[in-house]
Design a binder for this molecule. Structure first.
Ligand SMILES: *Cc1c(COP(=O)(O)O)cnc(C)c1O
Length: 410
């Protein structure tokens, strides 16, 4: 089996020693958290080089998570688009139904290695909270999950899941009572309890070294996909497509292909359209997206004219976040990855197409990537191969989908 972390972790030269991806990244946190982050960086450096750690992680990814996840050629969907072949990397088939478990498991093992007994996480839609609660149960660790009370009401089944898994889910009443307030609360907890607690961050975001750790842990997706495409299609794909919330499933797929000169497309939440200002598109040139610092990292942030964090909107909770991982900010600036936006309506149509043509209910996040792939496939020749990261399954979104379909009269 391929070792989890390649010898040369940053063949492109980023992040640099200070945690920067070009002008993006870094570590913008309160003084009390500088030391814990330096300790984390050192612990991770050692774990990365330790074959025992890598073997333990590889065994659990295989026997507990169910990796490698398959690659499926979506024959009927491809035929319906009338152009290129659409292939799917099936992260929806990983335990707990999405890619998030890859990261949660790796970081929980790191926490254990660091002698921590408790995991702290924050969650918006609840998917990262569920993944963290799951690995905490598996490894016999305590788990506290912060969640905005607005989100708790919207995502009640995930709150129940986390509690059944033994997590202490704490309602955050402050601010907009959503993810960004939950993050502030989780950071506060960590600052007070850092000796026994590990802060388990859920996407390729936050202060250094989190974007690096999350990229490494999610790169298992791209490494598997490379081997699988060579075995099943006889060659590498021409285009990679993935949705971008914080950016972890996308960087996990893209990273192992970066040196191959393959075309890559990151798909953001276009919400009700970029002109409506109700979206979460940070890397498509929307006027409200400017470079700033949010939650410890310098990157593109959606903000109003006063520099306040802008309200965002998406039909998919996992893409509904005002900033994006620093490595994506750099890939955007370099023009290495093209970023585009898909609206709520287009994602919903792609959700229905994949359900009816392939028998797969995708997560609404993943449906954004499917929509872009359908668009691209129609314009490309039959020999072209598109590989889409199907980041999660749609069971969590059934209420949202049925309400939206009813509203749209579909
Ligand atoms: C959380 C989530 C996302 C968005 O997060 P990234 O870090 O951008 O991958 C995408 N798809 C699913 C299924 C998710 O749960």
């Amino acid at each position: 089996m391929t070792p989890l972390c390649e010898r040369n972790l940053s063949p492109h030269g980023w992040p640099d020693a200070r945690g920067y991806y070009g002008p993006y990244g870094g570590r913008f946190v309160a003084e009390t958290l500088m030391e814990p982050l330096a300790e984390l960086e050192e612990a991770y450096r050692q774990a990365r080089e330790d074959p025992t750690f890598q073997a333990e992680l590889a065994a659990l990814l295989c026997h507990y998570v169910g990796r490698p996840t398959p690659i499926t050629y979506a024959q009927r969907l491809s035929a319906a688009c009338g152009g290129a072949q659409i292939w799917l990397k099936r992260e929806d088939l990983a335990h707990t139904g999405a890619h998030k478990i890859n990261n949660a498991l790796g970081q929980a093992l790191l926490a254990k290695r660091m002698g921590k007994k408790r995991l702290i996480a924050e969650t918006g839609a609840g998917q990262h909270g569920v993944a963290t609660a799951t690995v905490a149960a598996l490894l016999g660790m305590e788990c506290t999950v912060y969640m905005g009370c607005e989100d708790m009401a919207r995502q009640a089944p995930n709150v129940l899941r986390m509690r059944l898994l033994g997590a202490d889910v704490r309602a955050v009443e402050g601010g907009s009572r959503t993810l960004k307030d939950a993050i502030n609360e989780a950071l506060r907890d960590w600052a007070y309890s850092v000796r026994e607690s590990y802060y388990l961050l859920g996407s390729a975001l936050g202060p250094h070294p989190y974007p690096l750790i999350v990229r490494d842990l999610q790169s298992v997706i791209g490494r598997e996909a490379r081997e699988q495409m060579l075995a099943q299609a006889g060659r590498l794909p021409d285009i990679l497509v993935a949705c971008v919330g914080g950016g972890s499933n996308a960087i996990g797929l893209f990273y192992p292909f970066l040196q191959d000169g393959i075309e890559m497309v990151g798909v953001e939440a276009g919400g009700e359209g970029l002109a409506s200002h109700r979206h979460a598109s940070r890397l498509t040139g929307a006027p409200e997206s400017r470079v700033g610092v949010l939650h410890g990292v310098r990157t593109y942030v959606l903000q109003d004219e006063h520099g306040q964090i802008a309200a965002t909107h998406s039909i998919s909770a996992g893409l509904d976040y005002p900033s994006v991982g620093p490595e994506h900010a750099l890939l955007y600036e370099m023009g290495r990855v093209r970023y585009t936006a898909v609206t709520d309506g287009e994602a919903l149509a792609a959700f229905q197409a994949l359900a009816r043509l392939e028998g797969i209910l995708p997560a609404l996040e993943s449906a954004h990537a499917i929509a872009e792939a359908m668009r691209l496939a129609a314009a490309r020749p039959k020999e072209a191969i598109l590989l889409v990261n199907l980041s999660g399954r749609g069971d969590k979104d059934l209420d949202t989908v049925s309400a939206a379909l009813e509203e749209g009269g579909r």
